[in-house]
Design a protein around this ligand. Structure first.
Ligand code: 5GP
Length: 196
């Protein structure tokens, strides 16, 4: 049996600040499926409260590229032209799939394209903000980004929103409970209709 036949790959994308992390946490707690989040690697320094190994594998630039050269990434990109690299570790995904889990990847659109190229049956979901104004308000409210970073993330959001139609499903995060419920319903329905 192939690794993909055992579990499923779920890609959740959406602009920075749309609430992907919160939605993912809630899904893990509430959705009655064997969901498991793939913890990405990044060269970005941790934000206050972020934990190594839970939120990201925080790697030095040298370590990141060493692993990249060893072929340890399913996909990796320099996101936002910020100089920070982000990548999905093959080991995170394969271990999850082999255990029969639904492995959820919270990654950007470039990463999503690469993952679907590798796992054509991946379930792709794009989380949309209510509006760009709302997204800007959330990014500022987070208080973790400087003005340059906010502007870069907003421009990136416009670029990502333009590609949202490529995703199989789009969910608006106008209300956290509703958005989590909708994503969970999408996944449960797929679980019921697809032969596992
Ligand atoms: P943040 O710095 O806000 O945690 O993440 C910035 C962006 O990087 C997010 O939009 C997220 O989707 C993307 N990202 C996080 N992990 C990965 C990854 O492993 N691969 C790719 N391609 N993008 C990622």
């Amino acid at each position: 049996m192939s690794e993909a036949a055992k579990g499923k790959v779920v890609v959740l994308s959406g602009p920075s600040g749309v609430g992907k992390t919160t939605v993912l946490r809630r899904l893990l707690a509430e959705c009655p499926l064997p969901l498991r989040v793939s913890v990405s690697a990044t060269t970005r320094p941790p934000r206050p409260g972020e934990v190594h190994g839970r939120d990201y594998h925080f790697l030095s630039t040298e370590e990141f590229h060493r692993r990249r050269e060893r072929g340890e990434f399913l996909e990796c990109y320099e996101v936002y032209g910020s100089g920070w690299w982000y990548g999905t570790l093959k080991a995170e995904v394969v271990a999850g799939l082999e255990s029969g889990a639904w492995v959820v990847l919270g990654i950007d659109v470039h990463g999503a394209f690469a993952v679907v190229n590798h796992y054509p049956d991946a379930i792709t979901i794009f989380l949309r903000p209510n509006s760009l104004e709302e997204l800007e308000r959330r990014l500022r409210g987070r208080g973790t980004e400087d003005e340059e970073s906010i502007q870069r993330r907003l421009q990136q959001a416009r670029n990502e929103l333009a590609l949202a139609d490529w995703y199989r499903h789009q969910v608006i995060n106008d209300d956290l409970d509703r958005a989590v419920g909708e994503i969970c319903q999408i996944l449960v329905r797929i679980g019921e209709t697809r032969h596992v």
